[in-house]
Design a protein around this ligand. Structure first.
Ligand SMILES: C[S@@+](CC[C@H](N)C(=O)[O-])C[C@H]1O[C@@H](n2cnc3c(N)ncnc32)[C@H](O)[C@@H]1O
Length: 177
């Protein structure tokens, strides 16, 4: 299956992650593994993707001598992921066009909005004081903000960029005290 080729969205998220140090890092929807390569420092990294070809690709690309343990998991969001993380990053498939099966681009999967599902499910995989850093577009922005705030997250925009057809945002979610 097609493995997402890093684009402007990937690099905008990667730029933020470069400055971050953490203990356990999850690269959700890893694709080629660019975000796992970019995270400033981590003791453990888990790369996960629903696409087995992406996970195999990431295995070849993510080589980090400074990380104690790197795991590669085929998983539909958190289904096969255990434990908690200090930082969870997801460059979401934020488009609503194209083939419904094109998982690299489309957030609508089996009639479900997987970005919303990701926000909800991330809650129980986040360490206290941890952060979710995700890339979304202006499509659904207000809805996702509402969902995140309803379940007790704060919402902070770290970066934004206008592209040709849409605006993209890197957003940080943290548990509100
Ligand atoms: C926009 S691409 C980002 C790829 C890479 N992280 C990057 O920044 O270049 C979205 C990725 O999410 C993965 N994905 C889509 N639906 C998923 C799901 N339900 N669970 C896990 N990964 C998913 C896709 O296979 C794809 O690799």
């Amino acid at each position: 299956m097609y493995v997402y080729e890093p684009g402007e969205d990937s690099y905008l998220l990667a730029e933020v992650l470069k400055g971050i140090k953490c203990r356990r890092f999850l690269d959700m929807g890893c694709g080629t593994g660019l975000q796992a390569i970019s995270i400033g420092n981590a003791k453990e990294i888990v790369c996960a993707d629903i696409n087995k070809d992406a996970v195999d690709y990431a295995k070849e690309c993510v080589k980090r001598g400074d990380v104690q343990r790197i795991e590669f998991v085929v998983s539909d969001l958190f289904r096969n992921i255990g434990g908690k993380f200090d930082v969870i990053a997801f460059n979401t498939p934020y488009l609503d066009e194209g083939e419904p099966r094109d998982l690299a681009w489309t957030y609508l999967q089996d009639g479900q909005d997987i970005i919303e599902r990701f926000i909800r499910e991330s809650k129980k995989h986040l360490e206290e004081g941890g952060q979710v850093i995700m890339l979304i577009s202006d499509r659904g922005y207000e809805h996702y903000k509402k969902v995140a705030e309803e379940i007790g997250y704060s919402w902070e925009v770290l970066r934004e960029k206008a592209l040709f057809f849409e605006k993209i945002f890197v957003v940080c979610l943290k548990n509100r005290l």
